[in-house]
Design a protein around this ligand. Sequence first.
Ligand code: F0G
Length: 458
Amino acid sequence: MSTLSTSASNSEPSQQPAEHRFRCIGCGHLSDSAGQDFRCTKCSDLLEIIYPSRMQAKPDPQALKTLWQNRRLSTAVPDISGVWRYRELLPALATHEQPITLREGNTPVYELPQCARITGVPRLFAKHQGMNPTGSFKDTGMTVAATFARRAGFRWVACASTGNTSASMAAYAARGGLRSLVLVPEGKISWSKLSQALDYGAVTCQLRTDFDGCLHLLQELVRQAPVYQLNSINPFRLEGQKTLAIELLEQLDWQPPDHVIVPGGNLGNSSAIGKALLEMRDLGLITRLPKLSVIQAEGANALLRTIREADGKRLISVQAETRATAIRIGNPASWKKAVHVIEATGGACEQVSEIEIAQAKAEIGAEGIGCEPASAVTLAGLKKLVQQNFVKPDESVVLVLTGNLLKDPDFTIEFHQGELFKQAGEHATALNRLRRPPIVLDATLDAVIKTLDQAEKS
Ligand code: F0G
């Protein structure tokens, strides 16, 4: 049995968690509560969470840093969570309320020496969100949103998903005693992610449509049934996902990197990271903003086209197609928020091809780290940003790896067995050098030693 205390730590603070309100990102309308669709009652745009009381009485940045540092020594449950540790920047827990937590966050920052050589950027790091409890960054948002779903008295939570959100939601719902409904596109999510939702006890529906179709249906459902929506339209999710950036800055001793690079799908995560960077700047926790850049797959490049062809003013949807199924999204909900944070931080948006994704994924794997295909767009995108001289060799770069290698084993195996991109054109040599197919042998010592010799020579 756990001996951990479940109350907040004793070293509690002069800093009080902030009261929050909802603000429409379109018309600025303020409200104290949000409807089940999390859209503005005046203009239907998305809502964001703001903290008016914090604007009046700003917390002391040095005191906050010390408080968060000290909590690392605490055994209280909210302090062990790498999300709730930073609760002064999150919606407040009620007195004695325990969050639904799986000890999310607390993810490592790794150096990437081989990728640094490949890209010519020596100070290259990965913040690996795939090391979260269910294997993706979704857990940092889910702990907050699931906690607020329970507090609001809902029995059912639901999401549309390309797989990771559903895995995470199902786990947190199970931990919090909630029932969960998953809507996923049939045949378009990896078996690993599907199996997680099943094992964590979700009611899992494979719909004959794509992610965008699933999300559309979910939004109709929550208007008619008492079901709490846990997609990243839900602004509580994004508040939790902010902690990725807060924890990263703490790990870097509050010295901002020059660039943070993140994959873009439904664009909740880039919005959350950008919001955190801007809030940390406004609170005086950092004095300089990293440039936040978003990378998409060429076949799911709605944000890129929105910025290039419509100057970020209106969404250009696409029919999405990519083997990086996590970001196979053509109609991203949080596009306006993402455009805002890219502009506010001076970042960029790029796209990368399927082959570039596969190559980058194998290069990250060869560092002994690994990630799922959607995460590898960050390294592939960095190569382009270096070519364009947007990222300079003397600058520091953090890639946000959003999902664990084990999330999509089919992709990895097909790649190494040479079944993916048989015709790789100019990339063929590079890809073949990275492929490590399994070798079937007779069970003899001789066969194994010969294989070892050959490998040594290659
Ligand atoms: N990387 C991974 C591994 C993801 O699962 C996702 C999104 C993204 C990147 C993109 O993040 O949507 O915030 O821009 N997955 C969602 C899901 C859509 O349902 O699991 P985003």
